[in-house]
Design a binder for this molecule. Structure first.
Ligand code: AR6
Length: 178
């Protein structure tokens, strides 16, 4: 299912992010960059071992990835040529800087995509699974941050939000209408 928003640069898709035919998909990673469950596990399984090899090389250079920051690797066997790995905040109730850290994930991922001249990027709902960020609040931040970035940058041309479940899809539909 695909819904175009009022802005023709933002799309909503319900499904599996590993199947998206975009220049880069975003991984909701952890700071070790060594893989995990959820979308992280799905991306490494679908993309193959070359993604982990590049993550290990990044770790050796800079010691992983801090919360809110982002790094880029190949997409291996994925339809997407690149994976942008970002580390979302663990939800602790909202008073430990979670909203700003989550916004940083979206901003820094978009910045990396623009720096690499990538024209399309797909995001999962960063932090909204294992890390426990409330889905509705996370959706508001995702949309606000992406819209603000696109307003001042020609790249990426297209941003796809990929949702897994119906509840998330409804929140994105609501926010896209507003
Ligand atoms: N395609 C699209 N969305 C997905 C997919 C998929 N294949 N699989 C899950 N989701 P999560 P987090 C949705 O837990 O909360 C890992 O172990 C899911 O429904 O993957 O940032 C990492 O290594 C949810 O809405 O990421 C970290 O340790 C969203 O993706 C930790 O989990 C994110 O869920 C990160 O937790």
């Amino acid at each position: 299912m695909s819904t175009n928003s009022s802005s023709d640069r933002i799309q909503l898709v319900q499904g599996d992010i590993t199947r998206q035919e975009v220049a880069a998909i975003v991984n909701a990673a952890n700071s070790s960059l060594l893989g995990g469950g959820g979308v992280d596990g799905a991306i490494h399984r679908a993309g193959g071992p070359v993604i982990l090899e590049e993550c290990r090389a990044i770790r050796a250079r800079q010691g992983g990835c801090k919360t809110g920051e982002a790094v880029i690797t190949t997409g291996g066997r994925l339809p997407a040529a690149h994976v942008i790995h970002t580390v979302g905040p663990v939800w602790h109730g909202g008073h430990r800087g979670e909203p700003e850290l989550l916004a940083n994930c979206y901003r820094n991922s978009l910045r990396l995509a623009a720096e690499h001249r990538l024209d399309s990027i797909a995001f999962p709902g960063i932090s909204t699974g294992i890390y426990g960020y409330p889905k509705k609040e996370a959706t508001v931040i995702a949309l606000q941050t992406v819209r603000a970035f696109l307003a001042q940058s020609p790249l990426p041309k297209t941003v796809v939000f990929v949702v897994f479940d119906d509840e998330s899809r409804r929140y994105y539909e609501q926010e896209l209408r507003s």
